[in-house]
Structure formats: structure tokens, C-alpha cells
Design a protein. Structure first.
Length: 442
């Protein structure tokens, strides 16, 4: 998926319990070009713990390994070395079987495959020792647990995922084939039991976004040229129809403020639409042209982006209805998208520069985090502690930035995803890939 080719005012995003294990990759050593694109790579500072002497390993990349029903060996890539020079050993870990394969030439370096299988507890890591014609270099390789949950609709693809209240809510793309485009799925996070519901929508209607209330009510924004509306229901119940009175317009980014009001961006009228779901009362708040990607922060304010002419992140206070603009990017070019927030921080993807930016709303300072070479970000999601996750659909990988880190750790994932990335209240990671729901425990 490429983010730079999105049309103006698209109006929507296109977007058996089997255990497995994933390892996070860490890039160690001096600066330099990454090897040719291959498995997802990550970059982070090396720890000196366990290193002996002055290592002959000038640069080392550890990529993700997956065990379970879809085995995916990881690897260690060592720059400027030959296969006969490189050796990798792994310390034993209770509950895990770790197999180190033969070194093979790969581009300007050597790649050593590593397969991990078995059961592992949360926060476990594997110590790898790497030698390339000199002293040994050591690195701790984190191990993550991955679970796969089948979905009741064959080939189902999700455009939106919300994980809250012990359930995971999946929404199809607005342009999905029938009957998927009118089918929503709810999955019990603990048991994996899934319920698919084909909603009674017309052929001219589609679902553009969703938000879940604390009581489990699911609000769905329904696109209809004759008049958009919000459907409200708990899983399995009939939809309550909340008309919006916006014929011929396009609405998206349905979200909810802490007081229960619903909000969405209205494109043709360039407005922030407010709806009281109890009374049906609504109000349109004018916004400057080119508004996108509305989100609600845990601290109360709403945020959305403005692109092209005067790119910015806009903060809107639902209680005072006051706005504040934080300029980002390059005027006339930048397209900030995929907003997510944690505390005073708002992250975004600039579809023009293809960089992930971080805005500190307390200071107004904007900075970039480092992306692995060749990354193409399709989704962002931030945890309450400031950890940032990103989905790379083109390379079938997740990236994780721990609080305070500029460099990403990479996780390769099975299937054709990850799509519809989301975090639950415990910062567990959920995503859809190849018609299945995956749960990753950091």
C-alpha cells in the first residue's frame, strides 16, 4: 500500500487458538546503509552488556522469527563478512527450542537463519553471541507470544479494529465485495469466539468508521448519498438509526469524546460534526479546508490533521470548542495522516515525505522517528506508556518504538497483513492478516 497516491476526499479508509512466538529485531553497530530489502529490519542502540573486547562485527541486524502454525525463521545479518567468518550461538532458554542455521552470503554481508519454537513467558529474551573473525558480540533478542484466531467469514479483510472491554470489533472496507462490506465481526478476546453480523444495509450504503462506547454499544458511520446516518447497537441487537441530515456529503473518522458525544469530519461542508446519540441533537463546527483523520485523545481533546496549503495538527477542545493549530511538515506538500496519541504526544504519518512525525503538544516541538529502510506505513497506534506501533502492509511487518526511542524494533507477521492495527487497554496488540485475527503480547 502506498500512502502518496490517496485521492483527495476519498471519504473513507481502504484500506482455533494456535500459539506462536515472534522475536523483535535489533540493529546494532555503526551507521551505514541497510542491506537490500528483505525481511523486516529494525534499528536500535546496542547494549554493551555481554560484549567482549573490540568486536570485529561492524554492523549486525537481527530480524524477527516466528514459530507456530506458520513458521517464519528469523536471521542475523552481519555486514562486510564472509560465511566462513561468521558464527552465531544462542544460549538455551527453558521452554524454547532455538535452531541456528548455516551462514549464507547475502548482499554485502552474511545472513544466518534462526528458528525459534516452543512456549515462552512474557518479557523473555534470548542471548545471541555473534562472531565474525574477531571477539564475540552479544545481543538480547526479545521473544513475543503470538496467537491466531480464525474469523467466521472466509477471506475477510478489516479496515478498522477496536479492542476494548474484552472484545475486538472488526469493520470491513467500504469497497469490500458483497456480503463482506455489510458484515461486522465481534471477537471475544479471551476465548476467541467470534460473531459475524450481516447488517441490513442497502446496496448504495457502506460502513466508513466505527467507535465503541464503554457499555459495549457500537456506533457505525453509514455512508449514503441520500443522507448519512449513524447506526447504534450492541453486538447481536438491531441497529438504532440516528440520521445526520447530510445528503450528498462524505463523512468519516467517527469518534467519541469522554462525555458520550459523537464526532465526525464532514468533507464537503468542511465541518466537524457533533452528535448527541441520546437526543439526536447535532451541530456542525466549521473547520478549515483539508481536514482529515479525526481522533479522540484519552485526556479529552480531539485531534485532526490539515494538509497541503497549511499542514498542521489541530487540537479541538469539546468543552470550550476552542481550536489550536500546530504546524507540521512543508507548506503545500505535507499530508499528515494516521493520527494516534498518548499523553501530550501525537504521532502522524506524512504521506508526502513518508516519515513518521511526533508532535509534543505541550511544547509544540515536532520531530521524526526513524523508519526501517523501505518501510511503508499503513497504520499507527500508541499505548498509554508512549510506546508506538506501526503496521507496514507492503513488507508484512510491525514496528515498535519504545518510549524515548527514535529507532524501531521490527516484527515480521504471517499472511498478507497487518491490517487494522489496534491496542487494547492492556497495550496488547491486535491486527488482521489473511482473514484471521492475531494477538501479540509485548
Amino acid at each position: 500500500m502506498t500512502l502518496t497516491a490517496l485521492p483527495r476526499r476519498a471519504g473513507w479508509r481502504y484500506g482455533l487458538l494456535t500459539p506462536g512466538l515472534l522475536t523483535l529485531g535489533v540493529l546494532l553497530g555503526a551507521c551505514g546503509n541497510l542491506p537490500a530489502p528483505g525481511p523486516a529490519q529494525s534499528s536500535a542502540a546496542a547494549s554493551s552488556s555481554g560484549n567482549t573486547g573490540t568486536s570485529a562485527v561492524s554492523r549486525l541486524i537481527v530480524t524477527a522469527a516466528l514459530s507456530g502454525p506458520v513458521p517464519m525463521p528469523g536471521s542475523v545479518w552481519v555486514a562486510s563478512a564472509s560465511p566462513s567468518q561468521v558464527s552465531v550461538t544462542a544460549q538455551s532458554v527453558p521452554g524454547l527450542t532455538i535452531e541456528v542455521g548455516a551462514a549464507v552470503a547475502d548482499g554485502s554481508g552474511v545472513r544466518v537463519p534462526i528458528t525459534v519454537s516452543g512456549q515462552a513467558g512474557q518479557g523473555l529474551s534470548v542471548r545471541l553471541s555473534v562472531r565474525a573473525g574477531g571477539p564475540t558480540r552479544s545481543v538480547d533478542l526479545p521473544v513475543l507470544a503470538l496467537e491466531r484466531r480464525p474469523l467466521p467469514v472466509a477471506g475477510y479483510q478489516a479496515s478498522s479494529l477496536r479492542a476494548t472491554g474484552g472484545k475486538v470489533y472488526l469493520l470491513p472496507p467500504v469497497n469490500a465485495p458483497d456480503p463482506q462490506r455489510h458484515t461486522v465481526i465481534t471477537v471475544d478476546a479471551a476465548s476467541g469466539a467470534a460473531q459475524a453480523e450481516e447488517l441490513p444495509l442497502s446496496d448504495t450504503e457502506g460502513l466508513t468508521s466505527q467507535v465503541i462506547a464503554p457499555d459495549g454499544t457500537r456506533y457505525l458511520l453509514v455512508q449514503n448519498v441520500a443522507g448519512n446516518w449513524v447506526g447504534a447497537a450492541k453486538p447481536g441487537a438491531a441497529l438504532r438509526h440516528l440520521p445526520l441530515g447530510t445528503p450528498g456529503d462524505t463523512l468519516n473518522s467517527l469518534t467519541r469524546s469522554s462525555d458520550g458525544r459523537l464526532w465526525a469530519l464532514q468533507y464537503r461542508q468542511d465541518a466537524l460534526l457533533e452528535l448527541d446519540p441520546l437526543s439526536g441533537t447535532q451541530q456542525a463546527h466549521p473547520v478549515q479546508d483539508n481536514a482529515e483523520d479525526l481522533i479522540a485523545s484519552a485526556s479529552g481533546p480531539l485531534y485532526f490533521s490539515r494538509f497541503y496549503t497549511a499542514p498542521a495538527i489541530i487540537r479541538f477542545d469539546p468543552s470550550t470548542q476552542q481550536t489550536q493549530a500546530f504546524p507540521v511538515g512543508v507548506s503545500g506538500k505535507s499530508y499528515p495522516r494516521l493520527l494516534t496519541s498518548s499523553g501530550s504526544l501525537v504521532w502522524f504519518m506524512d504521506a508526502w515525505s513518508r516519515k513518521v512525525g511526533r508532535l509534543d503538544t505541550a511544547s509544540g516541538q515536532v520531530s521524526d522517528v526513524n523508519l526501517p529502510a523501505g518501510a511503508s506505513i499503513a497504520a499507527l497506534s500508541a499505548a498509554p506508556d508512549g510506546t508506538l506501533w506501526a503496521a507496514d502492509l507492503s513488507r508484512h511487518a510491525l514496528y515498535r518504538w519504545l518510549p524515548g526511542q527514535l529507532d524501531a524494533q521490527a516484527v515480521n507477521v504471517p499472511g498478507d497483513g497487518p491490517r487494522a492495527l489496534g491496542l487494547d487497554a492492556a497495550s496488547q496488540v491486535w491486527f488482521e492478516s489473511s482473514g484471521a485475527l492475531y494477538h501479540l503480547s509485548p
